[in-house]
Write a protein that binds this ligand. Structure first.
Ligand SMILES: Cc1cc2nc3c(=O)[nH]c(=O)nc-3n(C[C@H](O)[C@H](O)[C@H](O)COP(=O)(O)OP(=O)(O)OC[C@H]3O[C@@H](n4cnc5c(N)ncnc54)[C@H](O)[C@@H]3O)c2cc1C
Length: 371
């Protein structure tokens, strides 16, 4: 039986573990965290992500707890609707757009893995890779031999550092705040208010809760004054309209997640018997909300190739060929959206008003194609 080590039990790692189990392959998984730390934020899943999770057999569980998102609305910073995309119609060939808390998503992924051992508080120290196997030294000094090591360990990937030293994450020019809060504004769809260099977004993730995401474009050297205690009310004082109440009244007990947005620009994902998937390979800015979908698609394609193809090296080669164009497309679209969000409102508002639906269609249509 082929021996596979998956490093990281996030969306990519757990999706891969399940996809392999479905094909009769039981990998080992190591996860650095001692306990799961997935609370406090939300996740939007466009239709191609739903389709990927439906191939994993998890869509019914996700849909049971998630909110269906039938529209994506773009507003100006003074609250005027610029355009509303009927996501139900656009993604009808794929699956529903959904939103849920990350904690719920993670627990569904976790319960979908039945036989794979997941070693918590465990990580790797070194990997010696050759064309036919990898010798892995764990942090506790133990060594094991695997036919394949999969780096599914996210944007700060240790596997990537060990095997692809030149591929590192880079600052994308934005800092962001994220939290879950009571949906006091009655937000009923994905709703974003776009100001110059600032975005305020809210999505319902349950009948009573909303996920709030706020970002600001800041030069790398100028991020220091900002933190999880920054007053979002003050930061978004130039905004008026439906979402403003959500940042005005953040209850003090709310855990606000503050971070810089980073990306992993396209590069090499494979060396000998080491492969990167998910954010470890290609973290993008969240502008397309494609991170979870791409991670799950990576997992499905890799599992399919490994199970069909006795030759692991060939499977890895084909995996990179099948994934790189789609991933590069998403990264290009994210960068274009990020640039657009820095434009003055007198340019971006008419652009979104008159060309928004066409731009949406252009950027997402390639993702309707099956993987
Ligand atoms: C602000 C923001 C908003 C986003 N919003 C969305 C959204 O709405 N929709 C969407 O689809 N995507 C979104 N994304 C992207 C999405 O979160 C990621 O693409 C997705 O989580 C990637 O999954 P992953 O499994 O590759 O990485 P992760 O989810 O980061 O999982 C990596 C796992 O590996 C573990 N790990 C790390 N290092 C080690 C190690 N050395 N050894 C063992 N284990 C290790 C971690 O603890 C973690 O469990 C957003 C991202 C950001 C930054």
């Amino acid at each position: 039986m082929v021996r596979i080590l998956i490093v990281g039990a996030g969306i990519a790692g757990l999706s891969l573990a399940r996809a392999l189990e479905q094909r009769g392959i039981i990998p080992d998984v190591v996860e650095r965290q001692t306990t799961w730390n997935t609370g406090g934020t939300g996740l939007f899943l466009p239709g191609n992500a739903s389709r990927a999770f439906s191939h994993l057999g998890l869509l019914p569980d996700i849909a049971r707890v998630a909110m269906p998102i039938r529209y994506q609305r773009f507003l100006s910073q003074d609250g005027h609707e610029l355009n509303a995309i009927n996501t139900e119609r656009f993604w009808s060939a794929c699956g529903p757009c959904l939103a849920l808390s990350r904690a719920e998503m993670h627990s569904i992924l976790l319960s979908g893995v039945k036989q794979t051992p997941i070693a918590m508080s465990r990580s790797i120290d070194q990997i010696q890779s050759a064309s036919d196997a990898c010798e892995v030294t764990f942090e506790d000094g133990k060594t094991e031999r695997y036919d394949l090591v999969v780096g599914a360990d996210g944007i700060r990937s240790r596997v990537r550092d060990l095997a692809f030293a030149s591929l590192t994450s880079v600052y994308a020019g934005y800092i962001c705040w994220r939290f879950l809060t009571e949906n006091t504004g009655g937000v009923d769809s994905w709703t974003a208010m776009i100001g110059q260099g600032q975005t305020l977004l809210a999505i319902p993730v349950s009948p009573s809760m909303a996920y709030v995401y706020a970002d600001r474009s800041v030069e790398l050297g100028a991020t220091r004054p900002y933190s999880d205690t920054t007053s979002l009310e003050r930061l978004f004082s130039g905004f008026s309209g439906p979402l403003v109440s959500l940042v005005k009244t953040v209850p003090p007990e709310t855990k606000v997640h503050f971070s810089q947005i980073e990306t992993v620009p396209s590069g090499t994902w494979r060396r000998d018997r080491i492969i990167l998937i998910g954010d470890a390979a290609h973290a993008s800015s969240p502008s397309m909300a494609e991170g979870a979908g791409l991670a799950c698609e990576d997992a499905l394609v890799l599992a399919e190739l490994l199970s069909k193809n006795g030759a692991i090296n060939l499977a890895l080669e084909v995996f990179v060929q099948r994934r790189e164009r789609r991933v590069a497309w998403v990264q290009k679209q994210c960068a274009a959206r990020d640039r657009m969000r820095t434009l003055p409102a007198f340019v971006s508002s008419p652009l979104l008003k008159y060309f928004g639906p066409a731009l949406y269609k252009k950027s997402y249509t390639p993702l309707l194609a099956s993987i």
